[in-house]
Design a protein around this ligand. Sequence first.
Ligand code: 26Q
Length: 846
Amino acid sequence: MTVHHNDLNNESMNSMTSPARSKQEDKSVNEQSLGGEFVDYPHCNSCDPLTATFQRVVINGLSRDENNPYDLFHALALSVKEQMMHDWRRTRFEDIQAQRKQVAYLSLEFLMGRALGNTLLNLGLTEEAEQVVQQYRVDLAQLETLEHDAGLGNGGLGRLAACFLDSCACMDLPVTGYGIRYEYGMFTQKIVNGYQVEQADRWLKGGHPWDVIAPNHNVLVPFYGRCEVHVDHEGRQHHTWVDTQDVIAVAYDVPVPGYRNNRVNTLRLWKAQATEGFDLEEFNQGDYTEAVAYKNLAEQITMVLYPNDSSENGKELRLRQQYFLSSASLQDILNTWVKNHGRDFTDFSRLNVMQLNDTHPAIAVPELMRLLMDHYALGWNEAWKITSGCMAYTNHTLLPEALECWPVRMFELILPRILEIVYEINARYLNLVAHHWPGDSDKLTQMSIIDNTGEPTIRMAYLAIVASFSVNGVAGLHTQLLKSGLFQQFYALWPDKFNNKTNGVTPRRWLAFSNPRLARLLDQKLGEQWIEDLTLLQGLKDFLNEDAFLQEWREIKKQNKVDLVTLIKKECSVDFDPEMLFDVQVKRIHEYKRQLLNILHVIHLYQKVLKGNVDNMVPRCVLIAGKAAPGYAMAKLIVKLANNVAEMVNSEPLMQPYLRFAFLPNYNVTAMEKICPATDLSEQISTAGKEASGTGNMKFMMNGALTIGTLDGANIEILEAVGDDAFFLFGMNAEEVDHLRPHYQPQQFIESSSELFDVLTLLKSGHFNLLEPGIFDPIIYAIESSDEPWMTAADFESFRCAQQAVAQTYLDKKRWAQLSIRNTASSGGFSSDATIAAYRDDIWHV
Ligand code: 26Q
């Protein structure tokens, strides 16, 4: 069954890319959009104060029931959105008119979390909103809790995209985020009998007040079909992709306001819709069910976020998501270009850049080639010059197994025209490789975009590198390892492409909004400028020896801990005590992140208390949270172990004064907003060389936590910034990990540490799984296995000692407070503003 472009000749689709549209038409649109001044609507509602807007929204019945808190939340969100409308339209108008270079941040994930509190903060409307809702006898904080997280991402990579959008808007940069409007975001995690159970995240069920549909931006994305070649009378080949099954991409725009600067950028999320003509033809032929099946096939595309944070190879639906996002976004960008510049693409790559968030949207490379050649009749060389002049690729992983590869046969079926173009890119590029390394046929095999060693696959990272003018890693060590390892040969070929951009996090959400107590203190002591220039936090060092200040600092941490205690009690029924040390590890559950090392340490402390070995022991509350990919059995077993150990620890009365342990279910952005302000000790304990950067480490540091960590990812830069006396370093470095690997004998480490030996003995005895014998065998087996890649046993003793040093330090309250202040004071470099400034200056040149 096929649905053709021309099934869509109806009114609502008239703005779609059509190769046939004449220059004449383009020109008239051009004049229309640039012809005049920015005209505001006569009754500009955004000019009303929030109070008036809110009352009108409520009175007009946009909120159904003013006694229902959820309806009030909705009304407030709608009102706040309306406040942004004027600036939003003006921002778009001015960016086009000024002919500023535009950046498109292409990402399969945007982990936005809640919007209300952060939007009010950025717009400076928090106090007014408080007063407005007080008239209805509810408080703002309570209303905020009714908003569902926009969980359109897995973890670090998706949250980074969200932090970047905030920084770009704050720094007045014309950057548009392009993503997918998943019907179901990251799954909700329940814990049942200690096991993770996934539930669908119906985040849109109560309606989504923030977005605006932009139907005039709809485009058609082709799938399946076949390729045809025509030779014209001058002997030139013309490729067409015919008999395609097209899917409509519908644009949903979400506003991204800057910090009190009147800029409102856009996050454009695409939703898949079956073409309207889908049923007619088939239905008339009596093929009703196939017609409906097509509708499902089309609308499936944006139904659900893949919940893996390492690649899941070979899933057809995932490939369709990637192409859908890439094609829709590029068509949109080209439509805007043609509207404003006509079909002359001479300046396109000077005025446009696409930042690829990992290889997930790397298929944008052949897609841009296709659109330029097949839709706009450019020749190969011209199209390649443009494409390779505007693509920039960010890599987020060092694990070779996480590099995306797609079976050629899948491209053949779903994206036949794209496959032709990939082959051609590869052929021309291999020619260059052959010239660079004459006679070295191994190089050609190793570096080919097509991997022919087994079933032929397309190496997406290679495709991205070949086509990009910039390739960046996300922390110093990560970039270094890319250059010396994974992408070594590419670095030899194109050293100038490679650069580092250490990640960062937005201080608006992660300090000003999440930690209002601390923010108030910073305002008092440093002035309010720190929010936009986080290096000003250095000024805190002037107060290191003021006892009153230290006292205030500790009191804030204490209050934040009290808040977290309430949450832990509610969600886990575990009593945390704000007087105890809060030792926290929250992140996706992964073997390389070594939650297991943390749990083994908890078991060790448990044994210490059982033995009565409690002299000098510092009472601690250990918190772990995170989601395991639903298909990752080992990660799920680690969740079960954490929950079972927690159960044993918390039910043993002897532990009460010394040790409490909780696994918080359903870790997400909103949970982190409560967790990071209350944390004393941040666990960043990945096997060195495996964590590309980490960003949770930065949020904790900003909020005054000390880090216990390995020399991995951005931990290295955190350590350098704060000084080694304010960081608990342990474990092997990346080089040592590599050297030990071939000779690794975990037994040696187990025999030489009686503590580790005792921990494993207790674990093996079945003490933590009395009712489920044998369930933890895979974990025990892994720890004792010589090819355990994460070398948990090797780092245990060093970790335990570092934890002892933590305890020693915590005993001295004053010293701990000083080290905590130094962490916050030194965190300015980890603002995503600094990261975005570097993207702007070195890559985007906007
Ligand atoms: C790929 C193909 C198919 C299905 C899923 C995926 C997929 C999805 C998400 C692969 C990877 C991810 C996410 C990766 C990620 O979050 N990486 C983290 O990125 C952070 C931001 O740069 C770093 O700080 C972390 O170190 C890195 O692990």
